[in-house]
Ligand binder design. Sequence first.
Ligand SMILES: [Fe+2]
Length: 239
Amino acid sequence: MGLFGKKSTLPLEVDLHSHLIPGIDDGSQSIEQSLHMIRSLIDMGFKKIITTPHIHPRYPNKNENIMLGLEKLQREIVSANILIELEAAAEYYVDESFYEKVKENEPILFFGDKYVLVESSFINKPAFFESTMFDLQSKGYKPVLAHPERYQFLEGSIDWLEELKGMGILFQVTLGSMGGYYGDKPMKISKQLLSEGMVDFLGSDLHRESHLPYLSKGLKSKEIQRLIKSGQLKNSQLL
Ligand SMILES: [Fe+2]
């Protein structure tokens, strides 16, 4: 209990999934939006942000332009007197070109202990998803599946997710899913993953300012607060 008997919200401390480098994907479109969202994350108790621009057929970013964008944003943060640790990695869309990238040993953007954030198509499960994950793991990377609760092809079943868990794939549930931003089904699957102890990381997947209230609502939910309290989450290991 905090002051005045008000229940205090436990913070996550580190966010590892967001789209805050302006103009390079469907996330922030200006420095002003980025700074506003970063200030809001600080207000929610975040001390470190690992931002993860899409590397996706629609947003064909390269390591170089992501790192240049990161440096520019870091300079803006300093000149706006904002105190936060900011790093970048990427959210890789698993398709043939990512499969090739892994096979050819091209440099992959990772965070922390060789964690690589990956996402699948929402509509169809890619045929070679598992083999790509296996190749990543055999090269020493630890794949983290972004928003496992949001894939429509699951049709409410977590069978595929249980298979991936069995392969050692880590899961990042999105705070806004528990805040109701994505509707009933992702919330239901999030709750199931949370209650079965299948969640390794929580992330904001912050793209735009309209996400913020849902993010904060998700963070305050009793299920998320219980998980933070349990000490089983890996977010704070990234500090
Ligand atoms: Fe994302």
